[in-house]
Design a protein around this ligand. Structure first.
Ligand SMILES: *Cc1c(COP(=O)(O)O)cnc(C)c1O
Length: 372
């Protein structure tokens, strides 16, 4: 069994994908071909925002957004303690100080109350300027934006939605990657919408920011001319091949993949609720795109035993994430390492992600249910 079956997906979509790749090879517009702009238009429409700027990967997408806001040394950026490294790496890369905030035990997402406490602490200490919040849509579930947006407004802090895992999810009919002042996603192959290499995108309704994003992503170009450079930027483009593949995949994604993966998650819920695991919770009105289906075991020993039992039946599983952000060596000795996040510490010892993707069958879930 595959953890995320990209081979199966290719077999199903082979005709469209092969044609898309071949077209790009024949046209030979490998950078900035027409597919890139077409994809940006379709992604913006799908998400429900005015502007989409594609780029080379989800990490660059976060960095570009923070560059537009001039995030720099002396700024505090609030990041969940339980996430992929890039969420904290990007603000630190720009010299800012990530302040790690604990998460909710049931949704795995940033705890709004802990966020507010952290903002107050930073304001009172006066050491850093509270500049931005990076809320992560972990495992496919949007963060609690109703509350987080209110807190950001209350304290005049910018909100960046890291939707790398959340693309396709939503809250009350509004789609993920529309909740931040700027939102980002990743098209890394194993993400909900993946390409065949690295890729990413940034979303916003702000025209001025969209223009700056386009500039920063292409050597700080001024207007359309990349040989007229008005700011220090980077080289971060989505190439035409990836855009063409994403266009082919986006149809399947919006027509049935997200729906199917939700059916798979419901089958898991049904089978596993009889056992003693804590299951991932999707709050009322929320919709997940299920980048991961993550359960909780009673402790680390039980988790190891469970993983071994699954492995004996050739079923892969993974631990996302084994380490709280604030304990990563890269942050040691900085104020980012000073953090109290007991929920994250508990989760890191207990979580286990099971295979999930839109092309799983009921038989596969039954088999995993029997082994667990
Ligand atoms: C994958 C991921 C990223 C980075 O995306 P890349 O395309 O791999 O650079 C950022 N944040 C989160 C939460 C992710 O899961």
């Amino acid at each position: 069994m595959e953890f995320r079956d990209l081979k199966k997906q290719y077999q199903v979509l082979k005709e469209e994908i092969d044609r898309a790749i071949l077209n790009v090879c024949q046209e030979a517009n490998f950078i900035s071909g027409f597919q890139v702009q077409l994809l940006e238009e379709q992604l913006a429409e799908y998400v429900g925002v005015k502007y989409c700027v594609s780029c080379a990967n989800g990490t660059d997408a976060l960095t570009l957004a923070l560059m537009v806001w001039n995030v720099k040394q002396g700024d505090a950026v609030f990041v969940p303690d339980f996430t992929f490294f890039a969420s904290g790496e990007c603000p630190a890369f720009l010299g800012a100080t990530p302040i790690f905030v604990d998460v909710d035990e049931d949704t795995y997402n940033m705890d709004p109350q802990k966020l507010e406490e952290a903002i107050i602490r930073v304001k009172e200490s006066g050491k850093y300027f509270p500049k931005a919040v990076i809320a992560v849509d972990l495992f496919g579930l949007p963060a609690d934006y109703t509350q987080i947006q209110t807190i950001c407004k209350r304290y005049g802090i910018l909100l960046l939605e890291d939707g790398a895992q959340g693309f396709g999810g939503g809250i009350n009919g509004r789609r993920a990657c529309s909740f931040g002042d700027i939102s980002t996603t990743s098209f890394f192959p194993a993400k909900p919408l993946g390409c065949y290499g690295d890729g990413g995108a940034v979303f916003t309704n702000n025209e001025n920011w969209a223009e700056m994003l386009r500039s920063y992503a292409v050597h700080g170009k001024g207007g359309v001319d990349k040989y007229n450079n008005v700011r220090i930027g980077m080289n971060s483009r989505l190439d035409t091949l990836q855009a063409a593949i994403l266009l082919a995949k986006l149809n399947a994604f919006r027509n049935y993949e997200v729906e199917n993966v939700n059916k798979i998650a419901a089958l898991y819920d049904n089978i596993l609720k009889k056992k003693q695991f804590r299951l991932p919770k999707v709050p009322e009105g929320f919709y997940s795109s299920w980048a991961q289906y993550t359960i909780q075991l009673p402790n680390k020993t039980e988790r190891i035993k469970t993983q071994e039992r699954l492995k004996e039946h050739a079923i892969p599983s993974a631990v996302y994430y084994a380490k709280p952000m604030h304990t990563q060596k890269a942050f040691s000795g900085t104020d980012s390492a000073v953090s109290y996040c007991p929920v994250t510490e508990k989760l890191c010892n207990r979580v286990l992600s099971l295979p999930i993707h839109p092309y799983m069958t009921e038989e596969m879930i039954d088999l995993i249910g029997r082994i667990l």
